[in-house]
Write a protein that binds this ligand. Structure first.
Ligand SMILES: [Zn+2]
Ligand SMILES: [Zn+2]
Length: 130
């Protein structure tokens, strides 16, 4: 005797698969990015410059991270990738870092965040639209 019940369950199996497909359509929404805010090419060029503070202090080229402008940002305003400057981990988020307090940091090194950003843009030949 052949059992045929095994073939009958095929229909419900297909339905389950369709449900999986439907669910997978709900992809995570990407975080909103305004046009021109993301510029990975520029970011990598900034990183290649090496820490701006270390260079100023005569330490030569020091591997760095890319710091985004904080002046005038916050409260929904986001810095563009072209509003950045190169800082090593120590001068970025470390104990001698700008993230410890920008005003004191600027006084200590005799620079301004915006000044460094402009300098970086000039070095890379970037012309700001504003
Ligand atoms: Zn540094
Ligand atoms: Zn930063």
């Amino acid at each position: 005797m052949l059992k045929r019940s095994g073939f009958k369950s095929r229909g419900s199996g297909f339905k389950a698969a369709a449900g999986e497909l439907r669910r997978s359509k709900f992809k995570k929404k990407h975080t909103k990015r305004k046009e021109g805010y993301s510029n990975p090419d520029y970011m990598s060029k900034v990183a290649a410059l090496g820490c701006a503070i270390c260079a100023m202090l005569g330490y030569g080229w020091v591997a760095c991270e890319v710091h985004h402008r904080r002046t005038g940002t916050g409260g929904g305003r986001r810095a563009k990738d072209t509003d950045t400057c190169p800082l090593c981990p120590n001068h970025h988020t470390g104990s001698d870092g700008i993230h410890q307090g920008r005003k004191n940091w600027e006084l200590r090194f005799g620079v301004t965040e915006l000044g460094l950003i402009e300098e970086t843009q000039q070095k890379l030949g970037f012309i700001s639209e504003s």
